[in-house]
Design a protein around this ligand. Sequence first.
Ligand code: SAM
Length: 306
Amino acid sequence: MGTILVPPIKSQGIKTKLVNWINETTNSEPYSAWVEPFCGTGVVAFNVAKDQATLADSNPHLIRFYRAIAEGEITAALAREFLELEGKKLLQLGESHYYAIRDRFNETGAPLDFLFLNRAGFNGMIRFNKKGKFNIPFCRKPQRFAPAYVTKIVNQIDSVARLLKLKNFSFVHQDFLKTIQQAAPTDMIYCDPPYIDRHADYFNGWDESKEIALFDALSQRPGKFILSTWHHNDYRSNDYIKRVWNRFEILTSEHQYFVGANESNRNPIVEALVTNIDVSSLARKYTKRDLAPVQYALCEPAASFG
Ligand SMILES: C[S@@+](CC[C@H](N)C(=O)[O-])C[C@H]1O[C@@H](n2cnc3c(N)ncnc32)[C@H](O)[C@@H]1O
């Protein structure tokens, strides 16, 4: 696989480092469209999907942002103008400007404000309070939008805009069950739900009933799917692998990264892919877990997630 297209939006659950693995797992499978019920930043579809894809998410701001790029409402030039202007104000006024944009975004939902907050907020996190208001604090770097950083973001927007001109991608704001129901049997579904037992916020409320509804929807469907989830960390394992997902193939990678700012979430995680694709040829490279008991003490020193 060539260079990875890095999207202009960041998030704590971004799967940039799983793109190659997901690509290897799916690229010999024929499918008509790529379907992502939990698309997040879009990094997986942008790099793996062939010609046609549906990217859906319950967070309307992600969908609005990518639709704005697809429809030419956000262009690289407009994004540059906006980030240079607001970046200059941030430098002059400091954090009060970040919070002014945050208030404005929470009133209007403007997609460029979302980009600004995502790239100037703490750790590039996306989190909303109970009322659906974005509540990430400032990263405390008034010089955040230095020319090189603006250029980097603008280039990322340009790459996505070019890709969307070449391919037939649609962005949909809806619940995962609807996306799965609408998929054709010949579509490939990649699911990356909020990790059960780990994080929760307004757009990421995830509990056992949703995990089971997802399992039922994927199990009843005749088509192929891959699900990302966590397997274990130094302290505990994901109970749902054995309790819910064990009738499918389970691959794990020793891919590890830091999630979030909270100390309790900083443990390296071993990622899992759960799938109904025949992965026998991959099992040599990625540990095939099947029903085996969870192995501990596999963790090497964690690498920072970049
Ligand atoms: C782990 S993130 C996906 C990250 C994505 N794969 C990436 O690499 O950027 C989970 C996503 O699920 C979305 N989500 C949470 N609950 C949902 C639901 N009920 N239906 C659809 N999307 C949901 C969240 O808004 C979030 O964007």
